[in-house]
Ligand binder design. Structure first.
Ligand code: IMP
Length: 428
């Protein structure tokens, strides 16, 4: 069985949670490979809402193994809270959750720095989730991070926390006039968290490679999306990990050739949270209407999401960069009754004129005005539709337009939040 992955094709929040949950059902093991508690997947099962930040979505499926790979940054406080929450709802997780010892920890000081540094970095305000993600990845790259293997080794943990906190204190006190942090208090909490997590900490790379060799179905679930990828997104308005499928091999410790079939998830329109260029953004009441109809408020921070039409250039770029084998189109139902529906098919960039391919350089995207083609909408409620042929003709042709222009066929179409509100062509 080849591996499968699900990747956000836009700016995150594409409705991946539900698609991931559906595919997790067919997998033997579900793997997260990047990001941290900045993610927020919402899955609705039998009307019950589950919000995930760190745990792989396979936890909802009895008997599935779940791996948090080395590319994830793990906030032990969030992880332990999430474990408790899910366990209190009757799910048994600890014997089927493996945490890579090489995954880095988000420490309390990373959150402090995330808050203090917003607005300070080269004059750019990113609008982060405030979860300490950037500072944790910065420590990883700077080789002073604390890995889960360190968290569960008291003597190493003490030395590392003391060294890091004394360095950070010099910086936050002198530069920001903030109160110094107490290394001993941070150590005591972290030591206890390490004790509780220790039974789950393993070398997960070898484990995953063995499963792949045995032909097991390994499923990689992406967080965020291609346009928020550190290398390939709208830098610097991005997250600090490789949120596209190029991050899978490094973040799960598997060979690139094992990555397998990739499904790109895209909403039938676009949203973005935080700052950064977003050419398709609708600044009028239509944007407000989509936000309300789609419940477009962040699962992690509750912030209102910026809304716009489906951006063909961005989605095609994502598809070509990652090599998507199929598309999952979500939230089609939100567009019911919107009147005419737009697709961004080009950018008009000051000084360059019309551009038909996504230009990648953020400075160009900042100057881009959307070229919009409009299509007749539909008024029917499509939430109970279960086959493509039963969708209103205008909805079918809108989907065809998207797939033709992005260059990838649809595999799943989501017409409502529940598992059942899905049209499935074929799932690997
Ligand atoms: P950070 O990941 O908290 O550092 O935030 C960096 C940027 O990524 C900000 O614009 C966030 O709003 C955005 N971001 C991070 N995680 C998500 C997500 O799961 N969905 C959508 N946007 C996200």
């Amino acid at each position: 069985m080849p591996a499968t992955s699900v990747i956000g094709a836009q700016w995150g929040d594409e409705g991946k949670g539900k698609i991931i949950d559906l595919i997790a059902d067919r997998a033997d093991v579900v793997v997260r490979f990047q990001g941290g508690a900045n993610a927020g997947h919402t899955v609705i099962v039998d009307g019950e809402k589950f919000v995930f930040h760190l745990l792989p979505s396979g936890v909802l499926h009895e008997g599935k193994l779940n791996v948090v790979g080395n590319g994830v940054v793990v906030d032990p406080t969030v992880l332990l809270d999430e474990l408790e929450q899910f366990e209190s709802r009757g799910l048994k997780l600890r014997d089927r959750l493996l945490l890579s010892g090489a995954a880095h920890c988000v420490m309390p000081y990373h959150r402090v720095i995330d808050g203090l540094q917003e607005g300070e970095k080269a004059g750019v305000k990113i609008g982060t989730t405030g979860r300490g993600i950037g500072p944790a990845y910065a420590d990883k790259a700077n080789r002073c991070g604390i890995r889960l293997w360190d968290l569960i080794d008291e003597s190493r943990l003490r030395v590392r926390i003391q060294a890091n906190v004394s360095e950070i204190n010099r910086f936050i006190v002198a530069v920001h006039g903030a109160d110094p942090l107490e290394a001993d208090a941070i150590f005591e909490v972290a030591r206890e968290q390490g004790r509780r997590l220790a039974p789950m900490v393993k070398e997960t790379g070898a484990f995953l490679r063995r499963l792949l060799a045995e032909g097991k179905h390994v499923f990689f679930e992406g967080a965020q999306g291609v346009m928020l990828d550190l290398d390939h997104g709208t830098y610097p308005y991005v997250t600090s990990s490789n949120a596209d499928s190029l991050g899978i091999a490094a973040g799960a410790a598997v060979p690139p050739a094992a990555v397998g079939h990739q499904i790109g998830v895209a909403k039938a329109y676009c949203t973005r949270v935080g700052s950064g260029p977003f050419p398709s953004e609708l600044h009028d009441e239509l944007g407000e209407k989509i936000r309300e109809a789609g419940g477009e408020f962040g699962a992690t921070t509750g912030r209102p999401r910026r809304c716009g039409w489906f951006d063909v250039l961005a989605a095609r770029y994502s598809a070509q960069l990652c090599g998507f084998g199929g598309l999952a189109l979500t939230k089609l139902d939100v567009l019911s009754g919107m009147g005419e529906i737009g697709l961004v098919v080009g950018y008009d960039i000051e000084g360059l004129g019309r551009v038909d391919e996504y230009p990648v350089d953020t400075h160009l995207i900042e100057r881009a005005k959307p070229i919009i083609e409009t299509f007749p909408g539909w008024t029917e409620d499509i939430r109970d539709v279960r086959s493509f042929d039963d969708l209103p003709a205008n909805c079918q042709s809108f989907i065809d337009q998207i797939c033709d222009r992005v260059g990838v066929s649809w595999e799943l179409i989501s017409v409502g939040p529940g598992r059942e509100s899905t049209i499935i062509r074929s799932v690997a």
